[in-house]
Write a protein that binds this ligand. Structure first.
Ligand code: GDP
Ligand code: MG
Length: 729
């Protein structure tokens, strides 16, 4: 018979990017529960596993650089350790960045809990020639230390075994040798502790020395909880604290919290000297040198814009080749089905609905892969953080900080994860504002629309036009931010330090995985919502079956045919080829006219006609209007709808749609107006669902929809009418 498992709770603390989630995933695999911490939108992950007769509950705490209660993450992490009393706290330390990680580590160690250090990224540290004397570190801090390489599962089993062993040890296992502050501060800490201890009947909520330190640091949360517990005596504690604080301020002319922070860094610097030997500081120096250029006040921005421009240019030009092959492939498939299936509705559905609809979008897979590849490249090299750093100054103009720029940059890929990434922001208003402006970052689903329109009407300048469209999206978001900051979402941004991780040479495998993870979403959409959309649109175009034509096209065609036959008989043999070509053109013209009248009188044509007054003032035809309407489901559908409405056959040449657009009277100016509309108007269904979920507000969601769509109309109106005033067409 099995004894009931002994239960332990193990919390993982650590800086962002220290590998916490990697180790957590490694441990818990699929046995994860993801939710939010109570009352805040910070993600909480936990999982229960069995090890050595124990049932271990592993909790992934939010990543933080310290435990000073400035951000939600820091408060959540500290509260969990203080209030839920996990049996062991494992602090995941980035061994290649020991000095930065130790600040949190020393703070965790000061809490009243059993602590274990995981020196993760041991491989990176090694490759940079950083040697850490773990034995010494462990002795100095009285904390067991284990080396790990999270992404290779090295040292993880030892880590867990150590955690279990630590939990079995007595209370003596909590580190006793704390940070020693300078004489005056230690005196104040001691005085306050003794002052509270004098009332031995009082049960302080936390360990006395720690409580004294936090009171002296004017930690609002700890102060409030101490007051709750100490009743009438609380006021005396407050008075004594104030006296000691002002004494220290007199002496040092600085806030005690700043003094203590400085001394903690001094303590850390001392530890580093003792335990770290660096054979080369080369890598860090390289990073610093690269940063001298890439984040330079003058060159930084041009270089940043060059990178983004190059990204779109390459997405467009490199993507064109595989696009042609895919296009040819779709053509073959269409021809195959065309030969296989008997004429009739089913054939129309397969060819004009499924293959034309899905086929017209699948050809953009290369473009999307390339775009996501670049985004992954920026992330993995560390350039993304520099971009956020550069943008910090601009973001401050909106009243947001650079941190908001990361969701916005991700928005270029897909708005759904981007809106979720806004969770990293501390303040509710910052989050709402970021969520409102992120959809103006043109997502990859809109790219096919730009590629078709810009390709058709702007020739060799297409890449530049697309770049300008993206840039306009950024501008609109800035203006929106400014506007909202002074109206609905008044407030200031919270101060914070931008971390600049060292540059890393990206691993191809990880780039591929990141690129693929995101592209999968695109493919999944193809099979689902886009397929369904294409079929519905085909149905609306193909029905009603019976149409009252204004002209008898069949008779007209016969007439033309007969007339040519006569001329053919009379013509000299060498003129017959030219005559034959002429006949074909004439017949095509009649067929096109018939097709145009048919779509116009189909259900979708009627919807389009009904909506015409809305789109006419912005230079968009009823066909364009219908396409935009269907784009609500998913932006990719805009192109397939245009294809169906222009009766473009999937077996046609690659640029058939573009030629059809020219034919139906679209001009460079109206194409531009349409691109602007697509850039700004209401986000797709999935994004709306994400906005609803993340803001938790239906009103805010509707506001976002109404705001973006009216803005799109006004901007397109400006482009079309303004452009015409200036004499463009
Ligand atoms: P978190 O922010 O602390 O949750 O960090 P993540 O778990 O998301 O890890 C950040 C990145 O570091 C990921 O790309 C991981 O694959 C990578 N990583 C994690 N542990 C290690 C490690 O020990 N060595 C190396 N080279 N990379 C690691
Ligand atoms: Mg994480």
């Amino acid at each position: 018979m099995n004894a009931p498992a002994k239960r332990l709770t193990i919390a993982l603390a650590g800086n962002p990017n220290s590998g916490k989630t990697t180790i957590f995933n490694n441990l818990t695999g699929t046995r994860q529960k993801v939710g939010n911490w109570p009352g805040v939108t910070v993600e909480k992950k936990e999982g229960v596993i069995q090890r050595d007769g124990y049932e271990l509950k592993i909790v992934d705490l939010p990543g933080t650089y310290s435990l000073t209660p400035f951000s939600i993450e820091e408060i959540v992490a500290r509260d969990f350790v203080l209030e839920a009393h996990p049996d062991v706290v494992i602090d995941i330390i980035d061994a290649s960045n020991l000095d930065r990680s130790l600040y949190l580590a020393t703070q965790v160690r000061e809490l009243d809990c059993k602590v274990l250090f995981a020196l993760n990224m041991a491989d990176v540290a090694r490759s940079r020639g950083i040697k850490i004397d773990a034995q010494k570190l462990s002795e100095l801090l009285e904390v067991p230390v284990v080396f790990t390489v999270g992404n290779k599962h090295e040292g993880i089993d030892v880590l867990i075994a150590e955690a279990i062993a630590l939990s079995e040890r007595g209370a003596a296992a909590t580190p006793s040798r704390k940070v020693k502050y300078s004489k005056d501060i230690e005196a104040a800490i001691g005085a306050l502790r003794d002052f509270m201890a004098a009332r031995s009947d009082l049960a302080l909520p936390y360990e006395p020395r720690w409580t004294a330190i936090k009171l002296l640091e004017d930690d609002k949360i700890v102060t409030a909880r101490v007051l709750e517990k100490t009743g009438a005596f609380g006021a005396e504690i407050l008075a004594e604290t104030a006296r000691l604080r002002s004494h220290l301020m007199d002496r040092f002319d600085d806030d005690p919290e700043i003094l203590m922070t400085d001394e903690r860094y001094g303590f850390i610097a001392g530890i580093i000297k003792e335990v770290v030997t660096t054979s080369t500081r080369q890598r860090v120096d390289i990073s610093r040198n690269i940063d001298l250029v890439l984040t330079n006040r003058f060159f930084g921005f041009p270089i940043f814009f060059f990178f983004i421009w190059a990204m779109f240019q390459l997405t467009f030009t490199l993507g064109a080749y595989p696009m042609e092959w895919l296009d040819a492939g779709v053509g073959w498939i269409a021809q195959g089905f065309s030969a296989l299936l008997p004429d009739g509705l089913l054939k129309d559905l397969v060819l004009d609905g499924v293959i034309a609809g899905v086929g017209s979008i699948i050809v953009f897979l290369p473009n999307i892969l390339i775009l996501f590849f670049f985004i992954a490249l920026f992330e993995d090299t560390g350039y993304m953080a520099r971009a956020a750093f550069l943008m910090d100054r601009i973001m401050h103009l909106i009243g947001l900080h650079g941190k908001s720029f990361i969701p916005m940059l991700m928005g270029f890929g897909c708005n759904v994860p981007a809106i979720m990434a806004a969770r990293a922001l501390e303040s509710e208003k910052d989050r709402k504002l970021t969520i409102l402006i992120t959809p103006f970052m043109s997502c990859s689903a809109k790219l096919p629309v730009y590629i078709i329109l810009a390709g058709a009407f702007f020739g060799p300048r297409a890449g530049t036009v697309i770049f300008a469209i993206y840039l306009s999206g950024i501008l609109v978001s800035i203006v929106t931010g400014r506007l909202m900051r002074s109206t609905l979402l008044r407030g200031a941004d919270a101060p914070f330090v931008m971390e600049l991780p060292p540059y890393r040479v990206p691993m191809l495998k990880s780039l591929m995985i990141h690129m693929w993870d995101r592209s999968k979403i695109f493919l999944r959409k193809m099979g689902g919502i886009i397929l369904a959309g294409a079929v519905i649109i085909w149905f609306l175009t193909a029905f009603p079956r019976h149409i009252d034509y204004t002209t008898d096209y069949t008779a007209a065609a016969e007439q033309v045919g007969a007339a040519f036959n006569e001329r053919m008989l009379a013509a000299a043999p060498e003129a017959r080829a030219a005559l034959e070509a002429e006949r074909r053109t004439a017949l095509d013209k009649i067929e096109t006219a018939r097709e145009a009248e048919r779509t116009e009188k189909s259900y979708i044509g009627r919807i389009g006609r009904f909506l015409e007054p809305v789109f006419a003032p912005i230079g968009i035809s009823w066909r364009g209007g219908v396409a935009l309407l269907t784009g609500f489901v998913a932006k990719e559908i805009v192109i397939s709808t245009l294809g169906v409405l222009h009766a473009v056959d999937s077996a046609d040449e690659g640029d058939a749609l573009q030629r059809a657009l020219h034919r139906t009277g679209m001009t460079p100016l109206s194409a531009l107006s349409m691109m602007v509309f697509v850039l700004l108007y209401l986000p797709c269904l999935a994004t709306i669902a994400a906005i609803r979920r993340e803001t938790g507000s239906l009103r805010w969601t509707f506001f976002s929809i109404a705001y973006s769509t009216s803005l799109a109309w006004v901007a397109a109106f400006g482009v079309w009418q303004g452009g015409r005033l200036l004499g463009f067409s």
